[in-house]
Design a protein around this ligand. Structure first.
Ligand code: HEC
Ligand code: HEC
Length: 463
């Protein structure tokens, strides 16, 4: 366990306080017009379950943001220099990749057109969106929460070798993608597209500090980074910088660039009674009422950041020893039955633009994801896996594993009221109202070039 620097821990507490004060104030300050009790009712029931505005945006040193932006889109952090964070977290694809499952190093293309390389396996999970991940209330990262803040200390797959000095749980997360052979690091003997050797792949899987040192060395010896590093860390010699400094810069960029707080729902919560149309208003009423959705999709981030087995069909290669299954939270927490096949409740802000949905991208239509939540057993019975570009229809896990998932799904279905087609459509309309128009337009903007001279992700056509 490693302690995060004090500042961010303090901020977790302050954010909580701000949210409470704001929520309490809004119900008083924002009366709806006389006669329209429906908007007032929806606002009241939503606020009662902790819904509210995100509060102040994270502030940051612009020089650190610029460095982080460059690193986020620069394939220099990939062993084979062929993939960046932005290839899988593309602003034009809802800050994911638009694919059921991600294609790592050795693949080609960006966003939904990206193809897995020959003789490569798909990443076993769906690339989640990054919106609002800099919000102080986040304490978990990944579908299984394998990076998380527990009692003010960080728990991560690196255990005791995780270095000190990381500025947030988001910065801790940024330490890991470049260490994954499938996502970014590659295999021994591979070379960059321009023929340079992959020195990072030669390091043993368990020697994370050596991987981080080798990545930092690449960046600090790259002349293109000289000015950015000097501006972001004026008091430190470039050769003294470590991957921790680079991870902090990446997290600072993510936290400031992917803020999404201007959705119609935000306007509604701030008092604009006309921000939601009738269907979205009815959907909100269901979401926070009979639909039971806010039991898990709670609070300003619309997630309890807890783990639930919801019987989502398992597709793709699966993860670790359980492959082709994916035990989810159980891989982190050991053997507790409730953790089997449990995944962290996703934040639903911007959910309409961040498909395919679920931990394995099992659904590529939002309505199907909603129907699954309402009635998992029925949804599983008529289920067909999605088609992945360059791969075809993804394989679903064998029946023997499915049976255990079915019993989980029944347990989940019992807590949710059965809904009509109209009600499902209303829920989908409400989820659409959680979209920030800037995110829908594909913001933040992509850089046209990155300091290494390698190619950043290409722009995608706007949806
Ligand atoms: C090959 C595609 C790929 C690349 C490259 C990649 N990611 Fe991801 N990212 C994913 C997938 C898939 C997950 C989910 C993995 C899981 O939960 O097990 C993820 C998870 C995350 C999360 C957690 C979000 C949450 O809600 O828990 C963050 C933050 C993130 N990535 C940032 C980055 C950064 C920063 C980089 C570059 C250093 C990066 N990613 C590179 C595919 C990718
Ligand atoms: C018991 C907790 C719980 C309840 C209740 C719940 N959800 Fe979920 N929801 C989850 C979890 C956990 C996932 C992710 C499951 C997975 O990926 O395996 C999820 C996934 C989703 C997704 C996909 C999001 C994404 O980014 O992939 C949507 C959409 C969704 N839920 C909507 C709803 C709606 C609408 C309701 C109410 C009808 C609802 N949920 C009720 C826990 C819950």
């Amino acid at each position: 366990m490693r302690i995060l620097i004090g500042l961010s821990i303090g901020a977790f507490a302050i954010a909580g306080l701000v949210a409470v004060l704001w929520t309490a104030g809004a119900s008083v300050d924002a009366p709806s017009p006389a006669g329209d009790s429906r908007t007032a009712d929806v606002r009241a029931v939503a606020e009662a379950s902790g819904a509210g505005p995100l509060g102040p945006r994270p502030e940051a040193d612009p020089a650190l943001v610029s460095l982080g932006e460059a690193l986020f889109f620069d394939p220099i952090l990939s062993g084979n220099r062929d993939i960046s964070c932005g290839s899988c977290h593309h602003p034009g694809a809802g800050s994911g990749d638009g694919l059921p499952l991600s294609a790592g190093t050795g693949g080609a293309g960006d966003g939904p057109e990206r193809r897995v390389g020959a003789d490569r396996t798909l990443v076993p999970r769906n690339a989640p969106p990054l919106y609002n991940r800099g919000h102080e209330q986040w304490r978990t990262m990944f579908w299984d929460g394998r990076v998380e803040v527990v009692d003010g200390a960080i728990r991560s797959p690196a255990g005791d070798v995780l270095p000190d000095g990381l500025n947030s749980v988001l910065a801790v997360q940024a330490m890991f993608p470049p260490t994954s052979r499938v996502e970014m690091r590659g295999k021994p003997g591979e070379v960059s597209p321009d023929g340079r050797p992959n020195e990072i792949a030669l390091i043993g899987d368990r020697d994370l500090p050596a991987i981080w040192d080798a990545l930092a060395k690449r960046v600090v010896t790259e002349p293109g980074y000289e000015e950015l590093l000097a501006a972001a860390f004026p008091a430190v010699q470039r050769t003294e910088l470590s991957f921790v400094d680079l991870a902090n810069a990446i997290a600072t960029y993510e936290a400031t660039a992917f803020v999404a707080d201007q959705s119609p729902w935000d306007a509604f919560l701030a008092g604009d009674d006309r921000a939601l149309d009738d269907a979205a208003l009815a959907g909100a009423s269901l979401f926070y009422g009979d639909g039971g959705c806010s039991a898990c999709h709670s609070g300003v981030l619309m997630t309890d950041q807890r783990y639930h087995a919801t019987g989502v069909p398992q597709v793709g290669p699966g993860r670790d020893a359980a492959a082709p299954a994916d035990r989810g939270r159980a891989d982190v927490e050991g053997s507790a039955a409730e953790d089997e096949y449990a995944f962290r409740t996703p934040s639903l802000r911007n959910v309409a633009i961040s498909g395919p949905w679920m931990h394995d991208g099992a659904y590529d239509v939002l309505e199907d994801a909603v129907r699954h939540m309402v009635d998992p057993a029925a949804s599983r019975a008529r289920y067909r896996p999605p088609v992945q570009a360059g791969v075809g229809r993804l394989p679903r896990v064998p029946d023997a594993e499915q049976e255990r998932l079915d019993s989980e799904a029944e347990a989940f279905g019992g807590s949710v009221t059965a809904l009509s087609d109209r009600q499902v459509a209303d829920l989908v309309a409400f989820l659409g109202a959680l979209t920030d128009p800037a995110s829908r337009r594909g913001e933040p903007a992509l850089p046209e070039s990155v300091p290494s001279g390698l190619a950043p992700p290409a722009p995608l056509p706007t949806p």
